[in-house]
Design a protein around this ligand. Structure first.
Ligand SMILES: Cc1ncc(C[n+]2csc(CCOP(=O)(O)OP(=O)(O)O)c2C)c(N)n1
Ligand code: SF4
Ligand SMILES: [Mg+2]
Length: 291
């Protein structure tokens, strides 16, 4: 049950932006009494355009590396002011979370300060023109991993951010996709009930950087889950839980071929992506089944 109220509107995100959908839904779940911090990245660049601000709740833009630290500051400030019934929320991109912000995130979890950290993952530094981040997938072309003749684009795999976070012994962590929006909304609600730090890693396609049509965002965000290239899971009570265990995976080739960022890939590269996926599923198939 989410509110009819909108807390994120009038922003300048591109049509079909998956990140802006994640922000909108998270705020509809959490409501008006949410103290939000965002670092540099698309979701702040499109929304803090003086004299306009696109958040109807309390929101601030912070330094690129600082989301986790600013969340602790917001919590301490709210306590000092004697506020009641509020949420502390940090929303940062993949670069702002898995790369430059990882130290502040680790410190936040270590302190176990109460707040929800959402990483919207569009798989590159989009706001500055599509550079590779630690969460860019194998094979993607970016301006810093360009697909020139004889190259596959990015040769690294995504960091396993979900399990890096879980390894801290966090009370609650989850993966999600804007393609399964009810699942994401339910996870935001669960995260908001945690006494301590909680974390959600939501995959959020970017038509501009991925080379898809603006109408394809949701379809692609579902397909990445249905092909097994992204898994929906939670970590709580010290254990991993899988939300979906597809009996059969959808065609990886179809997912790859529809995106401009992968158009240089050959059949053997797609086979490599399938091999890496299968290796991941060999490992995670031992996860519990989620509640
Ligand atoms: C210390 C610092 N380094 C670099 C930048 C430039 N910068 C601003 S946004 C951005 C990219 C953010 O990427 P990501 O966190 O993935 O968010 P996205 O733009 O993809 O939404 C960069 C490199 C900055 N603002 N501060
Ligand atoms: S570049 Fe991508 S992430 Fe940034 S606003 Fe546009 S669609 Fe959204
Ligand atoms: Mg990004």
């Amino acid at each position: 049950m989410i509110r009819d109220d909108e807390f994120f509107y009038g922003h300048k995100a591109c049509g079909g932006c998956g990140g802006s959908l994640a922000v909108r839904i998270a705020l509809k779940v959490l409501g008006e009494r949410t103290l939000l911090t965002l670092p540099a990245g698309c979701m702040s660049a499109v929304s803090f355009n003086y004299p306009q601000m696109s958040y109807a709740n309390n929101a601030i833009i912070s330094a690129f590396a600082g989301t986790g630290a600013v969340m602790s500051g917001l919590k301490a400030g709210a306590e000092a002011m004697g506020l009641k019934d509020y949420h502390v929320l940090g929303i940062a991109g993949d670069g702002g979370t898995a790369d430059i912000g990882i130290q502040a995130l680790s410190g936040l979890i270590d302190r176990n300060d109460e707040g929800i950290y959402i990483c919207y993952d569009n798989e590159a530094y989009m706001n500055t023109g599509i550079q590779k981040s630690g969460l860019t997938p194998f094979g993607a072309t970016t301006t810093t991993t360009p697909a020139v003749p004889g190259s596959r684009g990015n040769i690294k795999q995504k960091k396993n951010l979900f399990e890096i976070v879980a390894a801290h012994g966090i009370a609650y962590a989850a993966t999600a996709s804007v393609g399964y929006i009810e699942d994401f909304a339910a996870k935001v609600a669960r995260a908001s009930e945690v006494k301590g730090t909680s974390f959600i890693h939501v995959l959020a396609p970017c038509p501009t950087g991925w080379g898809i049509d603006t109408s394809e965002t949701i379809e692609v965000a579902r397909e990445v889950v249905d092909t097994g290239l992204w898994y929906l899971a939670e970590y709580y009570d010290g254990e991993y839980h899988l939300n979906r265990r597809p009996k059969e995976f959808k065609d990886v080739g179809h997912y790859i071929r529809r995106q401009g960022r992968f158009k240089h890939l050959k059949d053997e590269d797609i086979n490599e992506i399938i091999r890496l996926r299968d290796k991941t599923w060999d490992r995670i198939s031992g996860f519990n089944t989620a509640r």
